[in-house]
Design a protein around this ligand. Sequence first.
Ligand SMILES: *Cc1c(COP(=O)(O)O)cnc(C)c1O
Length: 377
Amino acid sequence: MRYKVFVEYLHLLKEIEIMKKHNFSSGPAILPLPVFEQAAEAVRDFNGMGLSILEISHRSPEFTAVMEEAKVLVRDLLKVPEGYAILFLQGGASSQFFMTAMNLLDQDATAGYIDTGSWSTKAIKEAEAFGTVRTLASSKPEHFTYIPKEYTIPTDLSYLHITTNNTIYGTQFKELPETEVPMVGDMSSEIFSKPVDVSRFDLIYAGAQKNLGPAGATLVIVREEALSKVKRHIPTMLDYRTHIKKDSAFNTPPVFPIYVSMLTLRWIKANGGIAAMQQKNAAKAELIYREIDRNPLFRGTVTDLVDRSTMNATFILADDKKDLNDEFLKLCKAANCSGVKGHRSVGGFRASMYNAMEIESVQALVQVMQSFERKFG
Ligand SMILES: *Cc1c(COP(=O)(O)O)cnc(C)c1O
């Protein structure tokens, strides 16, 4: 995909052509082109201030407006109900593994977890330091190739934790578990890709770098009444209440990742909002999975087809073609398809198709799969 931009170089305005690859990276991942353009411009000169976004105070009216707009857009796009705070924190989704338990799970209380992959496993391990953790269901014995469906959820849990989209294994909850227990959701790799009933959750978290912005910011949506219930001392920086009270600016927030996230949120809104994203993502997923199922040289890794992720499609070579992994990746590379190699713990291939990916990129990958079939079938 070629596109043209103007850059100022030694005081001359020069047109350059950039060759963009089809980017299937799982994260940090693709963002919309206009977002890259606006972000680059803001690094040079933010809103005509004669200053870069990187050199102004996080308490300046200009940056405060960015933070405010980002929060309004999150609230608007996800239809976040009253009573929930929206925060931009640091430490990645991985810090939320312990922060959620530290703030929501008392020493003598129990939380339930559904173990659907490496990220859930890590969340479980971290929560165990704070209270009783019950793994209510796990697809680990089957290498996380499906989302568990038959299990009982006790009613006396402080919360039920789920990883709604499993970035590494390519599975996704298509229905939320049926329970009255409030949930905590790791939505790092699906946030803003489809609607979500926020009212079912006490807390939602997402590292920005999958579907929202650059690495460095973590979005948290938390029901304020769920806080202040644990007895332990919580260090100031790890206490959600600190960041609610100070509007995510208790200390210096990650200004650039928040700014770029805000630009992405604007782009989502300008392009039809969450409903339009969902439709576009469904079309891309349909296209790749149809080829995976049709093409005799490939097979999908997810065993229960309803669980197939619309964000990360995982697939491997058919049993008799196993030694051709590198050949397929070579063809991908020649067709400018980048980031198709599967996670090191799963192998094979993974096509991550976040909001910013156009269907043309998925078509390009499908064509590579078809030429692979013609060459090696
Ligand atoms: C990437 C990812 C994480 C880890 O995010 P960090 O920001 O790197 O800590 C956690 N959960 C899910 C579902 C992810 O995709």
